[in-house]
Design a protein around this ligand. Structure first.
Ligand code: NDP
Length: 249
């Protein structure tokens, strides 16, 4: 199947680790021009570039350090990319954070931090990119939500709220932008092997609850994103694809 992604300009937030790094690999493999944002981890960002270049000798991959909660930084970086490329075809809002704790004992600061990054960060980045896509009457936006936003998880009220919010954002935006030929979809991963899940103590117990009896790989989320961004998904808009090994089926 021709995915028709060659030379597409792809922007990925949170590309220095985990799912974001796998996204950079996967889109580089499709010969896209890949830009990614990361917050602080320069060494890992360099590893992302090296890894993606290994996947495809002709790949173009560039990391830009910024905090997505800084709206002006997002806007400047997006315009820098547009000055070079003239367009952004695909945006993947992947950067996200957790600050877990039981609701009754959680300080408000942790709520602010999670909502600032996962919701406002996503909005601040989406806004200038969507405007550029609107001008071109073409684009695909993919938000990385979570099954946590669909089912709720004890100890993650702030994170679940943010990920459920991304689903609302996806659905509403798909209706606003669809008529301009911009598709907006979301992926809701289950438990994926990354730094985010490394600290979970009960991983063996959790694996038993997953029908496939294992955690997912970042590359398995990335493959879904490649599909959603591609021609193969040209009539999919406003959809949430769950990638969780059957956990919430
Ligand atoms: P990681 O914690 O491994 O990586 C997070 C990435 O986001 C890093 O590249 C980090 O940059 C970047 N980042 C975080 N905050 C900001 C910010 N404010 N500005 C710019 N970049 C930022 O996460 P995962 O790969 O595990 O998760 C990726 C996405 O998938 C997240 O949205 C997460 O909620 C979601 N998800 C993950 C699941 C899992 O099981 N792992 C399950 C369901 C959803 P740096 O390295 O510089 O800190």
């Amino acid at each position: 199947m021709d995915l028709n992604l060659c030379n597409k300009v792809v922007l990925i937030s949170g590309g220095s680790r985990g799912i974001g790094q796998a996204l950079c690999d996967a889109f580089a493999q499709e010969n896209c021009r890949v830009y990614f944002f990361y917050k602080k981890n320069k060494t890992l960002a360099e590893e992302t570039v090296a890894s993606a270049m290994e996947k495809s000798a002709n790949a173009f991959v560039k990391g830009i350090q910024l905090d997505i909660t800084d709206g002006a930084a997002c806007e400047n970086a997006v315009h820098e990319i547009l000055d070079v490329e003239g367009k952004i075809d695909v945006l993947i809002n992947n950067a996200g954070t957790t600050k877990d704790g039981l609701f009754l004992s959680q300080e408000f600061g942790k709520w602010e931090s999670v909502i600032q990054t996962n919701i406002f960060g996503t909005v601040k980045l989406t806004s200038p990119v969507a405007m550029a896509m609107f001008t071109k009457r073409s684009g695909s936006i993919i938000n990385i939500s979570s099954v946590a936003g669909l089912t709720g998880v004890k100890g993650q009220t702030n994170y679940c709220t943010s990920k459920a919010g991304l689903i609302g954002l996806t659905k509403a935006l798909s209706k606003e932008l669809g008529l301009k030929n911009i598709r907006v979809n979301a992926i809701a991963p289950g438990y994926i092997e990354t730094d985010m899940t490394k600290g979970l103590k009960n991983m063996n117990e959790l694996s038993k609850l997953i029908p496939l009896k294992r955690l997912g790989l970042p590359s398995e989320v990335a493959k879904t994103a490649v599909f959603l961004a591609s021609e193969a998904a040209s009539y999919i808009n406003g959809e949430i694809i769950v990638v969780d090994g059957g956990l919430i089926a």
